[in-house]
Ligand binder design. Structure first.
Ligand code: CTP
Ligand code: MG
Length: 256
């Protein structure tokens, strides 16, 4: 793949957005559901693009919606949240994008996602231009994540950590139960953390972690753990909540 020089930032952000949103109930794929009149994916990409470190965004869209998503994200050039212009291009794997970003804007690529989140991330990772040495993975479902959190994670990778995750303390008491619902034990909450995205990686770490993964993981840091890479934590953000169920969408509507 030909390099796409970007003076804007040294970070590529992969945005898995190909999930169906089963837990959200019947309707369009989750990333295309509306929050305050705009798809969750638009909210998410707009905020990622507003982070100055970001030079490239690769969205993994539902496979039958690549053109729609490309058209949807192109107008973000007029976004009121980010002043950086964005150029949307459709590409897959080593194919060249139809358009290139200006030196001031993040390159935006849209690829077809896979049957699992992991497959979608792998498809997006394969499309990242060679010059990006830092890669973040960020769920479209965390639509209201502030750009500052993207910068915090990127800074930590830039500072020498191979894998970085944003975390929050666990507020509920957590109990382990058996198959019949009987409590087996109470977990020490003080050592637990709830994990968010964006998760950040040195590019070679993420590539190796995906190459080595044999089973399904719900996050990318889990794969890095499996290959023995220490995973560094940084403080997360309440606004980076994942929209999973209708209740979460209702909360997100109130967060604006
Ligand atoms: N995702 C993806 N490709 C898949 C499955 C999930 O890109 N095959 C993405 C989702 O679009 C989402 C993120 O991974 O942005 C986190 O997944 P999740 O919150 O589980 O979303 P869904 O899989 O869409 O929801 P559900 O599990 O309720 O169907
Ligand atoms: Mg899912």
């Amino acid at each position: 793949m030909t390099a796409h020089p970007s003076v804007r930032g040294d970070v590529a952000v992969l945005v898995p957005a190909a999930g169906m949103g089963v837990r959200l109930g019947p309707g369009a794929p989750k990333a295309l559901r509306l929050l305050r009149g705009e798809p969750l994916l638009v909210h998410a990409v707009r905020r990622v693009a507003a982070a100055p470190s970001v030079g490239c965004i690769v969205v993994a869209a539902p496979s039958d919606a690549v053109d729609d998503v490309t058209a949807l994200l192109g107008p973000l050039v007029a976004s009121p949240v980010t002043t950086a212009p964005i150029v949307a291009s459709e590409t897959c794997g080593a194919a060249e994008p139809k358009l290139e970003a200006s030196s001031e804007s993040p390159l935006l690529l849209v690829v077809a996602g896979g049957a699992s989140r992991q497959a979608s991330v792998a498809a997006a990772l394969a499309a990242v231009p060679a010059e990006f040495g830092i890669v973040l993975v960020h769920d479209a479902a965390r639509a209201l994540t502030p750009p500052e959190l993207v910068e915090t994670v990127a800074d930590a990778v830039r500072g020498g950590h191979g894998a970085v995750i944003p975390v929050l303390p666990v507020v509920d008491t957590i109990k382990e139960v058996d198959n019949s619902g009987i409590v087996v034990g109470t977990v020490d909450r003080s050592v637990l953390r709830a994990v968010q995205t964006p998760q950040g990686f040195r590019r070679d770490v993420l590539t190796s972690a995906h190459a080595a993964a044999v089973d399904e993981h719900t996050d990318d840091a889990g794969m890095a753990e499996k290959i023995g890479v220490p995973v560094h934590t940084v403080p997360g953000s309440e606004a980076a909540m994942k929209i999973t169920r209708p209740f979460d969408l209702a909360i997100a509507e109130l967060l604006f």
